[in-house]
Design a protein around this ligand. Structure first.
Ligand SMILES: [Mn+2]
Length: 318
């Protein structure tokens, strides 16, 4: 942390990256850092390859550049919420020429970057951004607190994913509330204002949800044809996960999504303490957390990936 603070003091321009297919924690971390650094009189730029599919982050899309054209050769790169450098989506754009600070909370991945603040015990990356702000002897503005709370609320499923190890998350939530963030406002920013077509896509996902391995595994899928009828931004997979994870006997839920003709994205969720989905996903070339992980399968389609997952989890779930 000391080295990171020194690096922040020594530089005046920062290029802030998160991960592809960003979520509230990624965008909240990037935006909060950018605002905080601006308040210190620094220049801060945010980058993302998108897609900005989730409604709670769409309003931030216009602030993000999708190509990296650094104006200051003496700037520094900050990468948040990424377990591997390729997760930025900018791995071929020369980031490595800059001193790099990594702030992350994933339990698996590569060790990369020059200065690392990586704590898998943190439920959200934004918790670590608050750590940094406080370690610098500062307090977040109301606006920064709201961005940090957005990440904390979304990555913890509004605190539903937390267990007896979650005290730190609640301590952070208490601080952010005191700094002016409203959990109620953030809840409806995230969960309100859904398009009617969202119901259609949820209903397709539920209709297709199939039990495998004596009900221990439930898989659902979305195809490219779905997105011809229902816009991708109407996707609300978190609602689907919640319902599937409530099914009797289930241990792992998988969502399979055809992203483009040669790429299928898999999301994995569990409520079981004795399953490590981060490790299960890593065996398929992905990664993530114990209870939430994912991977991408190239040159495949939903049907083939469903078969692959049944086979993979038959070894894990027995
Ligand atoms: Mn995160």
């Amino acid at each position: 942390m000391e080295k990171i603070i020194r690096a922040i003091k020594e530089h005046s321009t920062f290029y802030i990256f998160g991960h592809i297919d960003p979520d509230g924690d990624c965008i909240g971390s990037q935006m909060a850092l950018a605002k905080f650094l601006s308040q210190l009189g620094k220049k801060a730029y945010v980058y993302s390859k998108g897609k900005f599919e989730r409604q709670e982050i769409k309003c931030f899309q216009s602030r993000f550049a999708d190509t990296f054209v650094p104006e200051d050769k003496n700037g520094a790169v900050i990468i948040v919420d990424c377990s591997t450098p390729d997760r930025t989506g900018f791995e071929k754009e020369g980031l490595e020429k800059f001193p790099t600070i990594v702030i992350d909370h994933h339990s698996s991945g590569d060790i990369f970057g020059d200065f690392r603040y990586v704590k898998p015990q943190a439920s959200a990356c934004t918790m670590l951004i608050l750590d940094l702000i406080e370690a610098m002897g500062k307090k977040p503005s109301k606006e920064v607190a709201e961005l940090l709370m957005l990440g904390l609320c979304t990555d913890t499923g509004f605190f539903k994913h937390l267990t007896e190890t979650g005290a730190w998350a609640f301590e952070t939530a208490a601080k952010l509330t005191a700094y002016g963030a409203s959990p109620n406002k953030i809840y409806f920013d995230v969960n309100g204002n859904k398009k009617a077509a969202t119901l259609k896509l949820i209903s397709r996902s539920l209709e297709r949800a199939t039990q495998y391995l004596d009900g221990k595994l439930i898989i659902t899928y979305e195809t490219l044809e779905d997105y011809e009828v229902i816009p991708r931004e109407c996707r609300d997979i978190d609602t689907v996960y919640m319902l599937l994870l409530a099914t009797e006997g289930v241990k792992v839920v998988a969502s399979v999504k055809e992203d483009d003709p040669d790429k299928v994205t898999v999301g994995l969720r569990t409520r079981c303490e004795d399953i490590d989905l981060g490790a299960a996903a890593a065996q398929l070339g992905g990664g993530g957390h114990k209870k939430a992980a994912g991977c991408k399968i190239m040159n495949s389609d939903a049907e083939a990936v469903v078969k692959l997952l049944v086979d993979h989890f038959s070894k894990i779930l027995g």
